[in-house]
Design a protein around this ligand. Structure first.
Ligand code: NAD
Ligand code: GLY
Length: 363
């Protein structure tokens, strides 16, 4: 039986590379939305050992019935596999199946699958079409939109990659029903991020609706996904290659990437590390006199309501600074950070007090 669905559509406005984001419950069954973006009737669906048993046939079978040849590529599950070795196994499978320049790669999974598949699509035969079907909250509100693709390097998160936009982002919010609670919380960290960096009204709305969001109330989930994607689409349309405003989407990430790397990829979830990093950014903003104590308390309270870890690991100042020095925003050797001036207002700056930063790193 098909679900009754309400579809909402946004657009990422990038001239000739403009693409839609469809959001709704049950959209996995709307195969016509996929078919509309296939220039040729051949696709390679990349997924993992957790997501494939849940959703792959639901996508693949109707495509086959519509005459599409479907290659399936199933990867091991985990952040620790977002690396060059696993990327190579995607190339191996594509070559083995004689996939051509007209074969569309479909990423079916969370941000790890999306980033890997997107980078494979950017590089295989110097670029093939690609579609995102994100199945975690984090990937639905952030990683599937905007064309950042890539892999980790043992020395640093997301150090190798490309900007490469998908043709379509297809978001079925019902897939979140199978997501573990810890992963849901991790995704909410990136939802809160939009409120903090540029959308104070959304932050207020999240404070009121967090319980319903955590309970996966359908209207609340689709509202949060829509507003997050709207924020992301606006930022990406204005600054696709992160020359300016897009860097604000990295709130908490310079600290967070250091945590992910130091703890071992996959030990802290990306969203968990971003949440702890966002609190470190708030702490430094407070020390700089930019953010009020009551705002820091609101930020702590909302992460608490989303059941997110708050206490950063005690890596020591030197390890933090060493790892943060690998961040892609480093310029002329100086770590640039996204900090807060208020809830809904953020700035990227290297103009902070280094002693205050050292104090934040010993939180
Ligand atoms: P993930 O891809 O590891 O998925 C989390 C877990 O949920 C995995 O075990 C996955 O198999 C499982 N899963 C996925 N969908 C499921 C479902 N519907 N039901 C049950 N289980 C499901 O992690 P993530 O949080 O989605 O993404 C994190 C990654 O995204 C990181 O590598 C991060 O660097 C990257 N990222 C990229 C961007 C970007 O702009 N490209 C932005 C933010 C994060
Ligand atoms: N997740 C950060 C960005 O897409 O720019």
């Amino acid at each position: 039986m098909k679900f009754k669905t309400m579809k909402q559509t946004l657009s990422v406005a990038l001239a000739e590379r403009t693409y839609p984001i469809h959001i709704g419950a049950g959209l996995l069954d709307q195969t016509a939305l996929l078919l509309a973006h296939l220039k040729h009737k051949r696709v390679a669906i990349v997924s993992n050992t957790t997501v494939a048993p849940l959703y792959l046939e639901r996508v693949a079978q109707p495509l086959r019935e519509a005459g599409v040849d479907v290659v399936e590529i199933i990867l091991p599950d985990g952040e620790q596999y977002k690396n060059s070795e696993i990327l190579n196994t995607i190339y191996d499978a594509l070559i083995q199946a004689r996939c051509e320049r007209t074969t569309t790669l479909i990423a079916l999974g969370g941000g790890v699958i999306g980033d890997l598949t997107g980078y494979a699509a950017a590089t295989y035969l110097r670029g093939v079409p690609f579609i995102q079907i994100p199945t975690t909250l984090l990937s639905q509100v952030d990683s599937s939109v905007g064309g950042k693709t890539g892999i980790n390097h043992p020395q640093g998160k997301n150090m190798i990659g490309a900007f490469y936009q998908p043709q379509l982002v297809l978001i079925d919010t019902e897939t979140l029903k199978t997501l573990p609670q810890r992963e849901l919380s991790a995704g909410i960290a990136e939802v809160i991020k939009y409120g903090l960096i540029r959308d104070a009204d959304f932050f207020d709305w999240l404070e009121i609706n967090m319980e319903k969001l955590m309970a996966l109330d359908e209207t609340t989930v689709s509202g949060a996904v829509y507003r997050s994607c709207q924020n992301k689409a606006e930022v990406v349309a204005a600054d696709e290659r992160e020359a300016g405003e897009r860097a604000l989407l990295n709130l908490g990430h310079t600290f967070g990437h250091a945590i992910e790397n130091a703890m071992g990829y996959g030990v802290w979830l990306h969203g968990e590390a971003v949440a702890a990093g966002t609190l470190m950014a708030a702490d430094l903003s407070l020390r700089m006199g930019w953010l009020k104590l009551e705002d820091v308390q609101r930020i702590k309270a909302i992460f608490h309501a989303a059941e997110l870890k708050q206490q950063p690991p005690a890596l020591g100042v030197d390890q933090y600074l060493d790892l943060m020095g690998l961040d892609k925003k480093v310029q002329d050797g100086k770590i640039r950070l996204v900090l807060q001036q208020a809830i809904g207002e953020s700035v990227m700056t290297s103009d902070y007090n280094v002693d205050a930063l050292r104090e934040t790193l010993t939180l």
